[in-house]
Design a binder for this molecule. Structure first.
Ligand SMILES: C[S@@+](CC[C@H](N)C(=O)[O-])C[C@H]1O[C@@H](n2cnc3c(N)ncnc32)[C@H](O)[C@@H]1O
Length: 181
């Protein structure tokens, strides 16, 4: 799968939810579109492309990450973009996903508004990130910027997402947040 041991549980769950959503639309084709926000070197984007057969686009502002990601596959589109200023048209994607990136985004609330803008009506967002207040060790450089489950719910709601749910992993350190457009 290529993801870290502590990511397997929630990334697997995220992928299962995407597959169920895809089933619901009865779309067995590659036409459903996923946006991976803060894709880094592309491991989640590549995994979801292989597992779901959806058309995946990954964005990250760091050119070196995008270049490394592009080396992995030509089946996924990778672009240098910031989450707060996406160049995609409104109503482009069926799903937005993000793995351990929201806390690194300078203006996460703007990023969530942008994610909602580029999602189609009925689209969904799935975010996996560290849980603030649980993970506060010195080895976590961005720990002060982690969201608690209450704060991320509030931010998602403020951005206009509905039907919110949060599921922590077994250790309670990471959470999978889901919201509807
Ligand atoms: C911890 S890494 C996670 C990368 C990848 N999702 C993964 O799990 O391997 C956080 C990523 O967020 C990206 N990032 C930082 N600021 C961002 C922004 N404004 N918009 C989108 N991504 C951003 C970083 O460049 C980095 O690749």
């Amino acid at each position: 799968m290529g993801v870290l041991a502590n990511e397997v549980e929630l990334v697997t769950e995220l992928c299962e939810r995407l597959k169920r959503e895809k089933e619901k639309t009865k779309s067995k084709t590659a036409s459903l579109k996923i946006l991976d926000i803060g894709c880094g070197t592309g491991k989640l984007a590549v995994y979801l492309s292989e597992e779901t057969g959806c058309a995946v686009t990954g964005i990250d502002p760091v050119r070196a990450n995008v270049e490394k990601a592009r080396m992995k596959t030509s089946s996924v589109t990778f672009e240098v973009q910031s989450a707060e200023e996406l160049t995609f048209a409104t109503n482009t994607f069926d799903f937005a996903v993000s793995l351990k990136a929201l806390h690194e985004i300078q203006n996460p609330r703007e990023a969530l508004r942008e994610a909602r803008r580029v999602l189609k009506e009925g689209g969904k967002i799935f975010i996996v990130d560290w849980v603030g207040g649980v993970v506060q060790t010195s080895s976590h450089a961005h720990a002060k910027k982690y969201f608690s489950s209450e704060r991320i719910k509030e931010a998602l709601s403020e951005a206009g997402f509905v039907n919110l749910s949060i599921k922590p992993n077994k250790e309670g350190e990471l959470m999978l947040c889901e919201g509807g457009r």
